[in-house]
Design a protein around this ligand. Structure first.
Ligand SMILES: Cc1cc2nc3c(=O)[nH]c(=O)nc-3n(C[C@H](O)[C@H](O)[C@H](O)COP(=O)(O)OP(=O)(O)OC[C@H]3O[C@@H](n4cnc5c(N)ncnc54)[C@H](O)[C@@H]3O)c2cc1C
Length: 468
């Protein structure tokens, strides 16, 4: 009787450099690939709508890739442990392999499943596929988790020489054809309101799309990364974030592609440093699992005088819809809505406006991003929002309030990004595009919801109360 291993795909939707798959093919004569849909087990952070759109298409790509190798991806929905036990019974599998995830609810669930399967006499093994460093592997000299990026990366970067060499897909037999499997559409991942029309113009979810994007970036944009990465009108960044989030490529593959060009210096090192921020985000989420809801420095920020929901509801809606009357903010929020992604520089600007000029709690912004970003990651989104609000690890100090007009003038000097997303300002002279309220004839019906100077002063006054 041939031995069988289950490979439980979760958010590692690739066949190359997939440690769980490699281990399963190594352990057993044949593997059965399964995806178990159980979003409620991720509560309160079940994936949002844009993320679900990505997941649908990524699962379709994974199922095709497995079918091309003679296998089949079995899709089921329900309680993960119960479904694994059912599949073990149906296939006679002796082992289950999966790649680790680090969200608190998923970690707790996985620990229970591992213990239960082991108690059943099944080999249950988890592997690292998503990170360059396990979150527990880097510690300060005092044996504590890091709260500041620079020392974290000073410790981590030199250790990249030991990073896993990406593993090719090993040979092996795939099984699973006789098993019941839901059709992908039955998972109900696609949105019921059709706001995703343009997503497919921007993205190709799946392993092939990820590898193409990595190749294109490494061939070209990486050479100008340091300067171009801050310009939202330019495709100066890799666009890899959703692919990394869904595990369609590993950070080890990105690192190897960069190293294959030659010695890593300058521009490329800067890109790898950004991958380091992703590692840092996971490190923080692992060690401070309360941070998606609470400021890291809760003792201080717990009493911050945010506005109340009934007071800020209209402003929040205007921000979400890209109708603040502040062009760079509206451009970012419209880019997010249309494409499921926003440029990093603009994420910082819109988050700063929300939490400072509008005095709306960062959690409200984080929830909107969670639902609308195709790369929504609990680790990186939490870090980004707490950074912007000035209440997290290595955060910009609260009193450093971004001026969106100056940011716009600096990073979108010719207004190319604004022209693309904010038709209201297209006809204005370049200088006035960044601050249409200063134009001799401001565009009718397009006015800022907050006065930038007054908003800044209100934010600083609110911050001052923390010191009292
Ligand atoms: C308020 C706010 C919210 C954010 N929410 C998310 C999120 O939900 N998911 C997410 O992946 N990123 C988030 N980011 C970080 C960053 O904006 C995106 O990772 C980046 O814009 C993705 O584009 P890229 O792949 O072209 O990046 P590149 O510049 O090509 O960077 C390469 C990779 O490094 C990682 N990276 C880059 N910058 C950061 C960063 N600041 N923090 C963590 N990882 C980083 C990403 O995985 C990215 O794909 C957020 C930033 C802010 C300010």
């Amino acid at each position: 009787m041939p031995s069988t291993a289950l490979v439980w795909f979760r958010r590692d939707f690739r066949l190359h450099d997939n440690p769980a798959l490699v281990a399963a093919l190594h352990d057993a004569d044949r593997v059965v690939a399964v995806y178990l849909h159980a979003p409620d087990e991720e509560a309160p952070w079940q994936p949002g709508a844009a993320s679900n759109w990505w997941r649908h298409h990524s699962l379709a790509a994974l199922a095709t890739a497995i079918a091309e190798r003679g296998g089949r991806l079995t899709l089921r929905r329900g309680d993960s442990l119960a479904m694994l036990r059912e599949l073990i019974r149906e296939t006679g599998a002796q082992s289950v392999h999966w790649n680790r995830l680090y969200e608190p609810a998923i970690r707790a669930r996985d620990e229970q499943i591992k213990a239960a399967l082991k108690a059943d006499g099944i080999i249950a093994r988890s592997h690292n596929s998503a990170l360059l460093f396990e979150p527990w592997s880097l510690k300060t000299q005092a044996d504590q988790p890091y709260r500041v990026f620079s020392p974290f990366w000073r410790n981590g970067e030199p250790q990249l020489v030991n990073a896993r060499t990406p593993e090719p897909l090993p040979n092996g037999d795939w099984a699973g054809h006789g098993l019941d499997s839901l059709p992908l559409d039955a998972l109900g991942l696609l949105p019921t309101i059709a706001w995703d029309a343009a997503f497919a113009d921007h993205w190709t979810p799946g392993e092939s799309g990820a590898l193409e994007r990595l190749d294109a970036f490494v061939d070209d944009a990486v050479n100008q990364y340091r300067a171009a990465r801050d310009l939202p009108a330019v495709p100066g960044t890799s666009g890899l974030s959703p692919h990394l989030h869904f595990g369609e490529i590993s950070p080890q593959q990105a690192l190897a592609a960069i190293k294959a060009r030659g010695p890593v210096s300058g521009q490329a090192a800067h890109f790898i440093r950004e991958l380091g921020w992703r590692e840092f985000a996971h490190h923080l989420l692992y060690h401070f699992p309360q941070t998606p809801e609470q400021a890291l420095y809760r003792d201080r920020f717990g009493r911050f005088p945010w506005r109340r929901p009934d007071d800020y509801a209209d402003d929040l809606r205007a921000w979400q819809r890209g109708q603040t009357g502040i062009p760079i903010v509206d451009a970012g929020m419209r880019q997010l809505w249309a494409t499921g992604w926003m440029h990093n520089r603009v994420r910082m600007i819109v988050a700063s406006l929300l939490t400072k000029h509008l005095l709306i709690p960062w959690q409200a912004g984080a929830h909107w991003f969670w639902d609308t970003l195709v790369d929504a990651s609990l680790a990186s989104n939490t870090l980004g929002w707490q950074w912007a609000a000035g209440c997290g690890a290595d955060a910009a100090p609260y009193f450093r309030v971004f001026n969106p007009q100056l940011q716009s003038e600096k990073f979108d000097a010719d207004g190319a990004y604004l022209k693309r997303w904010v038709p209201e300002v297209r006809a204005l002279p370049p200088k006035a595009m960044h601050a249409p309220w200063t134009a001799s004839a401001p565009p009718p019906g397009y006015a800022p919801i907050v006065d930038l100077k007054a908003g800044r002063e209100r934010a600083l006054a609110a911050y001052a109360t923390l010191k009292e």
